[in-house]
Design a protein around this ligand. Structure first.
Ligand SMILES: Nc1ncnc2c1ncn2[C@@H]1O[C@H](COP(=O)(O)OP(=O)(O)O)[C@@H](O)[C@H]1O
Ligand SMILES: [Mg+2]
Length: 297
């Protein structure tokens, strides 16, 4: 027996400002499942960061075989990866998913069904107003109500429904300088969507979210959740999306339509606490197994 076998070590990085119990549940669950597979996993805040010093990247993260990156801070993830660290998820996948417009662009031309989406227009001018030509272009593709979404929103906070041209002008002037998009409203899915977790390219389960009081089904806005049997069509779509974006772990959110599921958004850092409780699926154990297989074979 080889007693000198190297200790298996990993690091779980959370956002530098993370404090709340809900933010710490995910790393604690993952660390515990990794530990039970014989991998020593340490949880750290992402505040002892790499830096570009004297023209080179200085990376303080040492003696670990991988980093589970439960953050979206794209500068640090980029530097870690350039220093040779294997990240779960990879930097590029996190960067794409963080930006909802970029996600749709990367999923395009691949047979992935999504709501019609037009990118918001950047405005550098303090008193600029959305031009008549731009509004005509948006209205040519979409009819009211129109969904307007901030590119970097989460928990439903940056998702709006505008009913008229007047509301569109008012909202876009508030969103000046905030990257956003205009999107087809899928009325068939009002207050309903499905969260599907994919790990290592395979769907592990699904959860239906429903709201009676809002077109957004986010739990944080009053939506309720129940287990959902993922259809064959949704499974194929979710796995395709995870594969295109190169994600080890993700939550793919889908809307219902008369013609089948549509991709709503992809969360590279989807919280799994609520999902585990509702579905009874041990997401952390499946993720830990995926990491074990990827790193140690
Ligand atoms: N195009 C759409 N049509 C109908 N409902 C939508 C549409 N886009 C989003 N929603 C609803 O709004 C919720 C929040 O939107 P989402 O894009 O997931 O943003 P967030 O990242 O804030 O959760 C979704 O879960 C869904 O219920
Ligand atoms: Mg969402």
């Amino acid at each position: 027996m080889n007693n000198t076998a190297r200790l298996r070590r990993g690091l779980i990085l959370v956002n530098a400002y993370s404090e709340s119990e809900s933010e710490m549940n995910q790393p604690i669950r993952l660390a515990s499942e990794l530990n039970s597979l014989g991998i020593k996993a340490e949880i750290k805040r992402n505040n002892y960061f790499p830096a570009v010093l004297n023209g080179d990247i200085f990376c303080p993260v040492k003696d670990c075989d991988f980093v589970v990156y439960l953050d979206k801070d794209k500068y640090v993830s980029d530097m870690l990866e350039r220093s040779g660290v294997r990240l779960f998820n990879r930097h590029e996948a996190i960067r794409i998913c963080d930006d909802k417009v970029k996600t749709f662009i990367c999923l395009s031309n691949a047979g992935v069904r999504m709501p019609k989406t037009l990118p918001g227009l950047l405005c550098y001018n303090g008193d600029g107003v959305l031009s008549r030509t731009s509004i005509d272009r948006i209205e040519e593709e979409l009819s009211y109500p129109i969904v307007v979404k901030e590119s970097y929103g989460s928990l439903g906070k940056g998702v709006y429904l505008v009913e008229s041209r007047g509301e569109l002008i008012e909202l876009t002037s508030k969103l000046k300088g905030v990257p956003h998009m205009f999107q087809e409203y899928i009325a068939f899915s009002r207050g309903r969507d499905v969260r599907i977790i994919v790990i290592g390219g395979k769907v592990v389960g699904g959860m239906l979210r429903t709201s009676d009081s809002d077109f957004r089904s986010n739990i944080s806005l009053g939506g309720r959740a129940e287990p959902f049997e993922v259809t064959k069509e949704m499974k194929a779509l979710a796995e395709k999306v995870a594969n295109i974006l190169g994600l080890d772990y993700c939550g793919v959110d889908m809307l219902f339509s008369e013609n089948g599921p549509l991709v709503c958004e992809v969360n590279s850092n989807a919280f799994f606490g609520g999902f585990e409780k509702i579905t009874g699926i041990n997401v952390a154990a499946i993720y830990a197994q995926h990491i074990l297989k990827t790193i140690y074979g």
